[in-house]
Write a protein that binds this ligand. Structure first.
Ligand code: KG4
Ligand code: ZN
Length: 411
């Protein structure tokens, strides 16, 4: 059961579903500072107005997911066109639903890094025009910082805490020490886990599967894996002998592809025809992804303990980003958290995937901390690639921490 605040926010999000792509909340506070957040880093055009306590006054989200599913992956020029077509309406809807005139906003926050250049450009251009027109301060947002801080909108979580962020573009482990103060312990060296799951889902032609046709690749793999036997395929956990916290999913995807090609030959089916053992492959792939994430996180926890980076009592692990909505990943991470004595917190799935709310909340956090608030006219550039925090990955590698055995078979 989530805390009452989360339940209230979830009711708001269910309202959004009922209204196609918008939501509203009647609760508004006249004294609290209000922030408009705008997200366009990948394939969601999102906007939301939040007050300082994290109440969502109004939200709107337009997802391009189905368009990209049909074209077999995100085409940046298509993503840009769709952001352009929807951004004005989405922002206006968030304002209308919150019943807030732009003059009442304390600031506008927008994602400027990292992400797809063409997508970031649309949000930044729109936001710059908006803040100039209305004379409002601008708060540029790092998309991964926003994923990391979302949990604090839902319940009190004191700094420092360890965070594992897993999405379509990233996997990273970091210690969040403050709103704009992160220590990076590990990151992906190649493909991100969400990207890998999306590609496996495409290779398995899951879009042809009636129950999966409207789901993202990761969601489709999770659904299919529920009825699968993960033990029928033994995919090895990536980088088992590399004693750091970096992630790699390209080799694992290759292992899965080899297994698919072999099964297609055995079953005598052409590429594109759903395999009878697709659910077993999905279960095994999901298990290998979860194990890789869990082992790297375990090492990060041990590194933090050895270097006193987390509080000795009640240390917290936060799991967020699109892939964090996967229940198998959550369960596997909960085994590690329990073994190591950490409290595991994951925002509900609706807050793990991209939306305008997380950007507005990051804006609130920065406004309260007085960090990175710019006057309306300042020139800001978008950055498709942008590291998060101070890089400690070399120190983690040098520590070469060996993991005690932990049983992660939870099927
Ligand atoms: O954070 P997000 O919405 O966008 C990025 O910042 O990338 O994450 C999207 C990714 C996609 O790759 C999608 O397949 C994956 O998150 N995803 C999932 C699940 N839901 C979304 N992966 C595994 N299981 C899920 N339930
Ligand atoms: Zn994201």
């Amino acid at each position: 059961m989530f805390p009452p605040k989360v339940q209230r926010l979830l009711r708001v999000l269910h309202l959004r579903a009922a209204c196609c792509c918008s939501s509203s909340s009647s609760s508004s506070s006249s004294s609290s500072r209000l922030v408009l957040g705008i997200e366009t880093s990948c394939d969601e055009t999102g906007a939301a107005v939040l007050d300082e306590s994290g109440d969502i006054l109004g939200e709107s989200l337009h997802s391009q997911k189905e368009v990209h599913l049909r074209s077999g992956g995100i085409v940046p020029t298509v993503a840009q066109r769709l952001h352009r077509e929807h951004i004005e309406r989405v922002v206006q809807e968030a304002l209308t639903r919150s019943d807030v005139d732009p003059s009442r906003l304390a600031a506008v926050a927008a994602t400027v890094k990292p992400g797809l250049a063409l997508s970031l450009a649309v949000g930044l251009e729109f936001s710059r025009g908006f803040v100039r027109r209305h004379g409002k301060p601008f708060i540029p947002i790092h998309h991964m910082e926003a994923h990391a801080l979302t949990v604090r909108m839902l319940q009190p979580v004191a700094f420092p805490f360890l965070v594992l962020l897993v999405s379509g573009g990233h996997s990273l482990l970091a210690v969040a020490r403050g709103v704009a103060d992160f220590l990076l312990l590990g990151r992906n060296l190649d493909e991100a886990p969400g990207d890998m799951l999306d590609k496996v889902a495409r290779r398995l032609s899951l879009i042809e599967h009636p129950a999966c046709s409207r789901l993202s690749g990761g969601q489709a793999i999770e659904l299919l894996a529920e009825g699968g036997d993960g033990k029928r395929f033994a995919f090895s956990t990536p980088m088992a002998r590399t004693l750091d916290c970096s992630f790699s999913f390209a080799g694992l995807r290759n292992q899965v592809t080899v297994a698919i090609v072999k099964k297609e030959a055995e079953e005598g089916v052409a590429r594109g025809t759903p395999l009878s053992c697709a659910n077993d492959i999905a279960a095994a792939a999901q298990h290998a992804v979860a194990c890789h994430l869990a082992r790297r996180t375990h090492r990060a926890i041990l590194f933090c303990k050895a270097n006193n980076l987390l509080p000795p009592s009640g240390p917290t692990l936060v799991l967020s980003g699109g892939v964090a909505s996967n229940r198998y990943v959550r369960k596997t991470l909960s085994v590690i958290a329990e073994t190591a004595g950490l409290r595991l917190l994951c925002p509900p799935g609706e807050f793990c995937t991209d939306n305008g709310v997380m950007i507005a909340w990051n804006g609130v956090e920065r406004l309260r901390a007085g960090e990175g608030i710019l006057p309306p006219g300042v020139d800001v550039r978008y950055e498709p690639k942008a590291p998060l925090g101070v890089d400690l990955t070399a120190e983690v590698k040098a520590a070469a921490i060996r993991l005690p055995p932990v049983k992660l078979e939870i099927n």
